[in-house]
Design a protein around this ligand. Structure first.
Ligand code: CP
Length: 467
């Protein structure tokens, strides 16, 4: 089947079967790189990197050159017309008229989606703020599969800055989809964001257990960190159990330990930064000396700073330079597929699709804005063309998920467009959690950021407004 002209903005844009098919093609690319030299002849890839990169940019560019294609590059916002105030949308339209495919890295969460919405050619997200980095996840999964043949049933610990690390955000969704058990071992103040955890429980059939009571001092502690434990379970449920002792689980060892650096550039306060930096956990030979870690794959998306000691480099368990090297065949396969130069075979009967839940979308012009300051919908100066848009993921406790960055918000006041029928005396707003409000059909829902906004729009409080 052809996956031509698709974009890869989030890891959920590929089904499990499509990922498996891509890996088979990556094997082919790795086995005979010289046979691929004309596959993308005549095609141009635009490589737009508005944040530093070594691996992602250079492996994408190498991949395109190995496929016989050509590359145009912009690596500095200051050297593009974005610096003159051009919108991301206009830039995307223009670059889409020059190139056959765009690879983009941008510091704002959701920026890659905006590029994909406007470019008119396939767009690959090479990292958007703290949001996602789906092609790094493809390299990570490919490495694990090469070493262990499967991902299902493996126990994988994610380590370090789980709050800001975009690589772990894409990776956990994929690991959950492929049936891994995941331990989240975050540094102090660097926990996995709540919205990611909730989504793992509700959409990825994971059961979450948390442990906040580890004794840092005891020598018996295998990992000096709090941890959250995710297991594939069916039927799915979200179970936050604060008293589960994760050491019991860790004693069985882990198949892979995925280390990440402290994302200093994404921290918002110097107090937070100082605290996290001081206590940031380090992975070294001593930590991994136990028999239970004898076969543990030590992974890292790189770049590394001090969190993974150099003595580990010669250790056969260390996979991080392999992960980086696999970037070329994996990205060759992806480019060839999205440019229509290769087709893949996906067994739809055996494939498992995500996005099983088709949430209603809320895109009415209102005062409701994404809660994430770094979301493209809040950052783009020319915001008139980016309308805040949300998936309504729960009505029990009204929960909106931003379509750009996936952050969630919980507005308190709503009204119905149907009930007021243009008559002023019928314009009433209600508490979002009232029984009455939950009956409003999604297409009629009006959501307010505050009571002030509702009243400014001449709505009056109904008896379903909590005082
Ligand atoms: N892993 C990764 O994204 O590396 P770069 O920032 O060097 O591209």
């Amino acid at each position: 089947m052809s996956l031509a002209n698709r974009s890869l903005v989030t890891i959920d844009d590929l089904s499990n079967g499509e990922i498996e098919a891509l890996f088979s093609l990556a094997d082919e690319m790795a086995d005979s790189p010289n046979k691929q030299a004309v596959l993308c002849q005549g095609k141009i890839m635009a490589s737009l990197f508005f944040e530093p990169s070594t691996r992602t940019r250079l492996s994408f560019e190498t991949a395109m050159l190995r496929l016989g294609g050509q590359v145009i590059t912009a690596v500095d916002v200051g050297a593009t017309s974005l610096a003159k105030g051009e919108s991301i949308a206009d830039m995307a339209k223009v670059v889409g008229s020059y190139a056959d495919l765009i690879v983009v890295r941008h510091p704002w969460e959701g920026a890659a989606r905006v590029v994909a919405d406007y470019a008119g050619v396939p767009v690959i997200n090479a990292g958007d703020g703290s949001h996602e980095h789906p092609t790094q996840t493809l390299c990570d999964l490919y490495t694990i599969r090469k070493e262990r043949q499967t991902i299902k049933g493996l126990r994988i610990a994610l380590w370090g800055d789980l709050k800001h690390g975009r690589t772990v955000h894409s990776l956990i969704y994929a690991l959950a989809r492929f049936g891994a058990t995941i331990l989240f071992c975050s540094g102090s103040g660097l926990d996995m964001p709540e919205h990611v955890l909730r989504r793992l429980g509700t959409e990825y059939k994971g059961e979450l257990k948390s442990c906040k009571e580890l004794n840092y001092e005891t020598e018996k502690s295998l990992f000096p960190l709090d941890a959250i434990y995710l297991t594939p379970s069916s039927p799915h449920q979200l179970a936050m159990l604060p008293d589960i002792n994760v050491q019991v689980e860790l004693k069985a060892g882990v198949d892979a330990l995925y280390v990440t650096r402290l994302q200093k550039e994404r921290q918002t306060s110097t107090v937070e930064e100082g605290k996290s930096e001081k206590s940031y956990p380090v992975v070294d030979k001593k930590l991994l000396k136990g028999k239970v870690f004898e076969k543990t794959l030590v992974m890292h998306p790189l770049p590394r700073v001090d969190e993974l000691t150099h003595e580990m480099d010669a250790d056969p368990r260390s996979m991080y330079f392999k992960q980086a090297a696999y970037g070329v065949p994996v990205r060759m396969a992806l480019l060839a597929i999205l440019l229509g130069a290769k087709e893949v075979t996906v067994d739809r009967d055996k494939d498992s699709f995500i996005r099983e839940i088709d949430y209603p979308v809320y895109k009415r012009d209102s005062g409701v804005k994404c809660s994430n300051r770094n979301c493209v919908s809040n950052q783009e100066t020319e915001v008139r063309y980016i309308k805040p848009e949300f998936r309504i993921v729960s009505r029990q406790l009204l929960t909106l998920r931003c379509i750009y960055c996936d952050h969630e918000l919980y507005p308190h006041y709503v009204a119905s467009s149907e009930w007021h029928e243009g008559r002023l005396e019928n314009k009433r707003y209600h508490s979002a959690d009232s029984r009455f409000a939950r009956k409003i059909r999604p297409e009629n829902l009006i959501i307010f950021a505050s009571e002030n906004e509702a009243q400014a729009k001449r709505f009056k409080p109904s008896s379903y407004v909590k005082q």
